[in-house]
Design a protein around this ligand. Structure first.
Ligand SMILES: C[S@@+](CC[C@H](N)C(=O)[O-])C[C@H]1O[C@@H](n2cnc3c(N)ncnc32)[C@H](O)[C@@H]1O
Length: 320
């Protein structure tokens, strides 16, 4: 992992307060049992120069003619060591990574509804393996910084970045709470699929807001349930098989939270229900998926008997 391009970018952008996180010393102190294993695997990746980079619906790096058959067969085995691949899809040198999520569908629903990303500096909180970061570059972002504390997803990003070294997208193994606040910097901040995992959703919104420059845009995407303003589902234990869901707001409640945190121009830009064609078990994510989280006799309920998740995308502005 060559951290020097990120260090230069942070320094040139005046984000020196983030420099301590872009150091080998910082990575060394990560206490995650699998971290050394991921690093060993990354170190064994072949060096292949991609003849093309395409950040369309399927994020594609190179093609099958960029290397020999033996190297690419070995690469496919190496990619399988990074299973589960949840967000995507990707194509690496002709190897098709059919991820659990068809993440392009969410992107298609929102990309034309947000302020155009052209020349914007973007923070993607809870970015997973960085799939959306590449899509943000395709939409013209100046650069994208992603944060995710889940080291296995960050390792997937580093794998992609190993081959797409020139792409101005970076991911650090950090949670939002670890950032020095306030940054007052980014033109657009995304938080997609994160807020219901937070024990304090209001603090999450305030932290996102503090990363934005005045006038910048927050794009927040969440699971939601039907309900009036003030209503919020707090699962007793699991929700749709997930044990780390704390608050699932109604749309009206989410809007109220954003308003209460001082954001303005709050706009619902998309509402959807995830189908099992969008999130499903695949060869690259062979474990339980959405179909296993819903009541097989009633898709309006989760297996816990709670209202099945819907999804909403909201934009909001940090006022001057
Ligand atoms: C449901 S996934 C969403 C991934 C992606 N943003 C998307 O919309 O498909 C939630 C991600 O948020 C990350 N996450 C959870 N808490 C976080 C926090 N406090 N700060 C940053 N990321 C967090 C998780 O590790 C996970 O990768």
């Amino acid at each position: 992992m060559d951290l020097s391009p990120l260090q230069v970018l942070l320094h040139d952008s005046g984000l020196d307060s983030l420099l301590p996180f872009a150091q080998e010393d910082f990575l060394q102190q990560i206490k995650h049992g699998d971290f050394p294993r991921w690093r060993d695997r990354l170190a064994q990746l072949p060096s292949i120069r991609p003849s093309s980079l395409n950040y369309g619906s399927k994020v594609s790096i190179g093609n099958a003619r960029d290397s020999d058959h033996q190297t690419l067969s070995l690469l496919k085995e190496q990619l399988r060591e990074f299973i589960p691949w949840r967000k995507g899809p990707f194509d690496l040198f002709g190897i098709d990574i059919d991820t659990e999520w068809q993440s392009n569908l969410k992107w298609d629903r929102l990309v034309d509804q947000i302020s155009p990303l052209h020349s914007r500096k973007v923070l993607d909180v809870g970015c997973g393996n960085g799939y959306y970061g590449f899509r943000m570059l395709q939409a013209g972002a100046d650069f994208v910084l992603g944060l995710d504390p889940h080291i296995a997803y960050v390792a997937q990003f580093w794998l992609l970045k190993h081959f797409a070294a020139t792409a101005p997208v970076f991911v650090l193994p950090l949670s939002l709470e670890q950032l020095p606040a306030p940054l007052n910097f980014f033109d657009t901040v995304f938080s997609m699929g994160v807020i219901y995992h937070r024990r304090s959703p209001i603090d999450h919104i305030l932290q996102l807001k503090s990363c934005l420059r005045p006038g910048g845009e927050l794009v927040i995407e969440s699971i939601c349930v039907d309900g009036t303003e003030g209503y919020c589902l707090t699962p007793q234990k699991k929700y749709a098989r997930m044990s780390n869901v704390w608050f699932v707001p109604s749309i009206a409640t989410l809007l109220q939270w954003l308003s209460r945190c001082g954001l303005t121009e709050i706009t619902v830009v998309d509402e959807s229900v995830t189908a099992t064609t969008e999130q499903r078990k695949t060869e690259w994510m062979p474990y339980e998926s959405l179909a296993d989280a819903l009541d097989e006799n009633n898709v309006d309920l989760t297996i816990e008997g709670l209202p099945a998740p819907k999804r909403v995308v909201v934009t909001a502005i940090r006022p001057y």
